[in-house]
Design a protein around this ligand. Structure first.
Ligand code: PCA
Length: 200
């Protein structure tokens, strides 16, 4: 059976819960088509999260990688098209705030996702779940780990599907935060399960 490394993030900034943690918890160990899901949680730390993901990759030796992140304010499931070689923006959970930093000194400016993002979106829409390809993963941690993984695979010449999916807030977080659109945790998890189903 093939292995999928599925990662989520811990809470960050003014979001006391991160629904990606629950999705990962719920799908960890599950078999979806030909994949067995191995779930892991990443810290929100510019100096650590990328390496953490690479360590999980070396530990699990997966056949595919999907990283999940919360995009509070978005109201659709959004597989990301591209990661860019730049970190810039809000402070991370250690208080570091990068300004125009390169992720990989001699890396490409941008690297496209190698996940089947178009068919993921079509599948979700077919099941009545709002979804759209996103053309920017931002310059915060989600872009950082997406770029780090794709760059690493490229350097090693490994042909393993890898990429990132942003998800909206859960109702739990919507209530805590008060100003972001939200989905039921059940639909969030189901949406990611459907996305995994498109890997095969
Ligand atoms: N979302 C953030 C980082 C952690 C998370 O879940 C982002 O979109 O960069």
């Amino acid at each position: 059976m093939k292995k999928l490394l599925l990662t989520g993030f811990e809470p960050f900034l003014d979001y006391p819960t991160n629904p990606t943690m629950k999705v990962v918890e719920e799908l960890d160990g599950k078999k979806i088509d030909e994949f067995e899901v191995v779930g892991r949680i990443l810290t929100v730390d510019f100096k650590k999260s990328g390496n953490q993901l690479l360590e999980y990759f070396e530990e699990v030796k997966p056949d595919a990688i999907i990283s999940l992140g919360l995009a509070a304010g978005r109201y659709k499931i959004t597989p990301e098209r591209i990661a860019i070689n730049c970190s810039d923006g809000d402070r991370d959970n250690s208080g570091h705030r990068p300004v125009d930093e390169k992720i990989a000194e001699s890396g490409l400016d941008g690297i496209f996702s190698t996940l089947p993002i178009r068919s993921m979106v079509e599948r979700l829409l077919g099941e009545g779940l709002p979804a759209e390809i996103s053309n920017t993963a931002g310059t915060y941690l989600c872009n950082n780990v997406m770029y780090t993984m794709l760059h690493y695979l490229q350097q090693k010449g490994l042909n393993i599907p890898s990429g990132f999916i942003h998800i909206p807030a859960s109702h739990e977080l919507g209530l805590q935060h008060g100003k972001v659109p939200s989905w039921s945790q059940r639909d969030l998890t189901r949406a990611i399960e459907l996305c995994v189903g498109e890997l095969g």
